[in-house]
Design a protein around this ligand. Structure first.
Ligand code: ATP
Ligand code: MG
Length: 659
């Protein structure tokens, strides 16, 4: 077997404008090359320099990289700092105290602006309150809250006291919550009474009680409750504390607890696209360093920018690019409680115009759904809004299909704004492969080049580099500061998942298939588990999906393999049309057309044997397509897998049978 074949050709190239290059922090190819060369020459020295220049250390480190217990690497291990101090006091000291840190917009559209000083005081009051309940450095806190200033304060209050937080997305069920409380052995839960999404109040605290009732959570001593709606809640006076009462009379200063560089800032359970969620453990110093560097270099953040990352703090993107990165670099950012389609699907564009956002970072799933919406409801099309404040846009979470990229580039960015397509993972802490706006020409669908210092490569199953133009396994050849430190409580699974011996054992194995074109650009081809084998050709899912999405009828597509006597595996495509779901007869006609289309775009080998139409696709709660479920559906098997992170279980029935 020789890697994965690449079949889709994409030749469009968008070089950065001279103005973008000259204004950028990393300006021009030579500046990028110089950083890469510095890292090449003295890897530890490069990261040590950046860690000294960017982080505020209570006790400076003397060791940079400790590889003695590989693959459990340590960075800056004898240094001490506090992450919350680095994000808050830093801004009080450097003249940003009265700068707006957060522009919060609620689901219903109310706006609340919080300055760095106000944020600092809120965090300190909550931290003092948590301290008064007897909590100490080293304990774990589960945070189960909606997007809010309070959720960010809760994360920072934990960081300030040396508590390790684990944020659980507010859309997760009581069962998922219970599993995470148990796995993390949490002693504190911070939640809200209810959350508000799309005009509806959705209870949160009852899920906490349900989780407790399932057992195994006896180590939780207190539940701190943020009153979001004032809805009715049950109350256990021994255990439950209102956040506003707890914080009310506390001092507005709280000295940070200094922690080791390697102290676990947080544990975050991955979204579960590929199986049982894993508790990804991150460090303090190395993690924050990468959050800051990527804010400065990828997002090219400038003092007057208004940054908006649409992720939820329940995902890693919301950790690095809402809770920590933007604050550590003193940015003004938008935090949004609601959803992109309420009260109408022009909400994102309306908010960009209203708050004059200059940098906008979202996910392909959101873009695809807004493309579909803007076709069915023309009033929600971005052309109806003044988006002239935008200067840079980003994408994260899945490969972005080239046609979705083009739509985003033309209609949202006005052909003016570079798109940073950032490849990274919960495990990597921050961007790994991404364009830098003042350096790289962009190719729609490519995440382009490694971040300076990141040793990304594509290898075959023996760990040898594949030639340019060929696909293979995406690996990171050297440890980096913001990498995952462990799977919480399961060191063996950590080694098996990321440094498997039967593979090579030396490189971090990302689990994604990728291909590097002749210009050296990286293209993510989908997850290794999803690679198809059709008549001896190993094909990534991404390219066939992108070919389908390039058809004007198609909004979204997912492709999986099904065992086939003749070809080994047959391609089965699940398709969402821009129009509503077709009836059987119409479906057959469109399926025939799409099969031919794929044959023309890619080649006969990639033609789907079967196409099923749905109103949607099964997705994780972070919006990613769950192909592992589609594989079962394609072969007609019962689904017995873990579907705890599935957003829309009802869709499975619709996709079960061929029409
Ligand atoms: P789990 O690991 O539990 O299955 P997950 O991998 O979906 O869940 P994340 O860490 O949020 O959880 O996602 C990382 C993955 O998302 C990457 O491995 C890759 O497959 C995909 N991804 C993220 N950003 C990009 C991007 N810009 N281009 C292509 N793929 C991306
Ligand atoms: Mg993953």
């Amino acid at each position: 077997m020789s890697g994965i074949e690449s079949v889709l050709q994409e030749n469009r190239l968008f070089p950065p404008s001279p103005a973008t290059v000259s204004a950028a922090t990393i300006s021009g190819q030579a500046a990028y090359d110089a950083l890469c060369a510095e890292a090449e020459k003295d890897y530890a020295g490069y990261w040590a320099r950046l860690a000294r220049e960017n982080l505020l250390w209570q006790k400076p480190f003397t060791q940079t990289l400790d590889e003695s217990n590989a693959p459990f690497f340590k960075w800056f291990a004898d240094g001490e700092l506090n992450v919350s101090y680095n994000c808050l006091e830093r801004n009080l000291q450097n003249g940003n105290a009265d700068k707006v840190a957060i522009i919060f917009e609620s689901d219903g559209g109310e706006v609340n602006k919080v300055t760095y000083r106000q944020l600092y005081e809120k965090v300190c009051q909550l931290a003092n309150g948590i301290k008064s309940l007897g909590y100490q450095k080293g304990e774990r806190a589960i945070i189960y809250m909606p997007m809010s200033v309070e959720a960010i304060c809760a994360m920072h209050a934990c960081a300030r006291l040396g508590l390790t937080h684990s944020v659980v997305f507010g859309g997760f069920s009581a069962k998922s919550l219970q599993e995470r409380i148990v796995d993390a052995h949490a002693t504190l839960v911070i939640c809200a009474d209810e959350q508000v999404r799309g005009g509806k109040n959705i209870p949160l605290k009852p899920a906490v009680e349900e989780a407790f009732a399932m057992g195994g959570c006896e180590h939780v001593r207190k539940v701190i409750v943020y009153q979001r709606t004032g809805g009715k809640v049950n109350w256990d006076a021994n255990r439950d504390v209102w956040m506003h009462e707890l914080a009310a009379n506390q001092a507005t200063d709280c000295a940070p607890t200094w922690v080791d560089a390697e102290h676990p800032l947080f544990i975050l359970y991955t979204s579960g696209s590929t199986g049982k969620p894993k508790g990804v453990q991150h460090s303090s110093a190395g993690y924050l360093l990468h959050a800051m560097l990527t804010m400065k270099w990828t997002f090219d953040i400038q003092p007057n920018d208004v940054f908006w990352c649409t992720a939820d703090v329940g995902w890693v993107t919301g950790h690095t690019y809402i809770a920590y990165g933007p604050l550590a670099v003193g940015a003004t950012q938008i935090v949004f409680e609601g959803i992109p389609t309420y009260p109408h699907s022009g909400r994102f564009w309306e908010m960009i115009a209203k708050h004059k956002a200059s940098i906008f970072y979202t996910a392909p799933t959101a873009i695809r759904s807004l493309i579909k919406a803007s076709e069915s409801t023309p009033a929600s099309h971005p052309r109806n809004y003044d988006l002239s404040s935008l200067r840079l846009m980003g994408s994260v979470g899945e490969p972005i299909n080239p046609e979705a990229w083009m739509w985003y580039y033309e209609n949202v960015g006005g052909k003016r704004c570079p798109i940073v397509d950032t490849w990274w993972q919960t495990e990597t802490g921050g961007h790994m492969i991404t364009p830098l706006p003042g350096v790289h020409g962009l190719k729609p669908g490519s995440c382009t080049m490694p971040f300076p210092g990141i040793a990304a490569a594509i290898v075959d199953e023996t760990g040898n580099d594949v030639e340019k133009g060929k696909g293979g396994f995406l690996v990171i050849k050297k440890p980096w500061p913001s990498m995952i430190r462990a799977i919480w409580g399961d060191p063996e699974r950590f080694v098996k998942s990321y440094y498997p011996a039967d593979f090579n054992g030396k490189y971090y194995l990302a689990g994604d298939g990728a291909n590097r074109d002749l210009d050296g650009y990286f293209w993510i081809m989908g997850r290794i588990d999803d690679v198809l084998n059709v008549s001896g050709h190993r094909l990534g899912t991404m390219e066939i999906e992108s070919a389908l999405v390039a058809n004007p009828l198609v909004a979204e597509a997912a492709v999986v393999g099904r065992p086939d006597d003749l070809t080994g595996e047959a391609v089965v495509a699940f398709v969402v049309l821009k129009q509503s779901r077709p009836n059987a007869e119409e479906g057959q006609k469109i399926a025939k057309e799409l099969r031919e289309w794929v044959g023309k775009e890619i080649g006969p080998i990639a033609k789907p044997k079967e196409i099923r139409f749905g109103e949607n696709l099964p997705k994780t709660r972070s919006g990613k397509i769950m192909r592992r479920l589609l594989r079962d559906l394609a072969k007609g098997a019962e689904i017995t897998q873990d579907i705890s992170t599935l957003e829309n279980p009802a869709i499975l029935d619709q996709l079960k049978v061929a029409q």
